[in-house]
Design a protein around this ligand. Structure first.
Ligand code: NDP
Ligand code: 8X3
Length: 251
């Protein structure tokens, strides 16, 4: 049987890295993307025993670099069957009146425009082959706005709208489009959001947050459904979390 090929953005950490590990166990060929080459090399070395791995180093904010990197893929990796649009982060947690425009730019440029640039570079080959599966990693923040979440929530609401738009436009081509929307997942996410401030360490304290492997297993479940089944939109919280502002923590 032919092996499928998946391209994962944000594969150097958290959900993306865990998904790379999960897919490698399932014998899926991998194109792993991120900006930290050393990490890409480490993951490639670890997974190459199980599957074929190619790495691409580019910043999803840079449309030309994104196009060039994806166009550089050789014969063995260029046909992408599964696209995991995962690269992204929150930057800051501030009320709208005092938020940083640099943080706003980062979130809109990476989480929204970066996802579009990567998709634009890959979708034409999917429409040509009339097959493919795109999974966009949204967030519970794409379904509900919480205090000081303003622009991050906006970026993830945009991811959900783009996912729905993709599903409609790609429907004639038989391409599956899914949104996986996690709540709190214990990754480097909070280190990035709070720029290494001590508060980052407290975000996952006092309760059991989702682990990146939990999301990776769900992503694999979504991509391994029969051809006629598409998981369109999935919201997943840790048991301790009821919504963005309600988390049962031990004192
Ligand atoms: P991590 O910080 O652990 O991972 C983020 C990944 O995105 C890294 O691999 C990073 O790679 C990549 N990335 C960030 N900026 C860029 C960029 N400009 N160009 C290319 N790659 C970039 O966070 P998570 O694993 O938690 O986050 C993954 C996704 O899940 C994000 O979209 C996030 O919004 C979403 N999410 C996270 C939740 C959580 O609680 N953790 C909950 C809901 C959704 P590198 O720095 O090497 O480029
Ligand atoms: C990450 C979850 O609650 O920090 O998307 O927005 S949250």
């Amino acid at each position: 049987m032919d092996r499928k090929t998946a391209l994962i953005t944000g594969a150097t950490s958290g959900i993306g890295r865990a998904t790379a590990h999960e897919f490698s166990k399932q014998g899926i060929n991998l194109v792993l993307c991120g900006r930290r080459q050393e990490r890409l090399d480490t993951i490639q070395n670890a997974l190459e025993r199980q599957t074929n791995v190619q790495t691409l180093n580019f910043d999803v904010r840079d449309n030309q670099a994104t196009k060039k990197a994806i166009a550089s893929l050789g014969e063995d990796f260029k046909n992408i069957d599964i696209l995991i649009n995962n690269a992204g982060n929150a930057h800051g947690l501030d009320p709208i009146q005092s938020g940083s425009t640099d943080d706003w730019d980062a979130m809109m440029d990476i989480n929204v425009k970066g996802l579009l640039y990567v998709s634009k570079a890959i979708i034409p080959q999917m429409t040509e082959r009339k097959s493919g599966h795109i999974i966009n990693i949204g967030s519970s923040a794409g379904k509900e706005v919480y205090p000081k979440g303003n622009v991050y929530c906006a970026s993830k609401h945009a991811v959900l709208a783009i996912t729905e738009g993709m599903r409609i436009d790609l429907n004639p081509f038989g391409i599956k489009v899914s949104a996986i929307n996690p709540g709190l997942v214990e990754t480097e996410f909070s280190q990035v959001r709070f720029k290494g401030d001590a508060i980052a360490d407290s975000v996952y304290k006092g309760y059991k947050a989702l682990q990146p492997e939990d999301i990776a297993e769900i992503i694999y479940f979504a991509i391994s459904r029969p051809a006629h089944v598409n998981i369109a939109d999935l919201l997943v919280f840790p048991t301790a979390q009821a919504n963005s502002t309600t988390v049962k923590k031990e004192q």
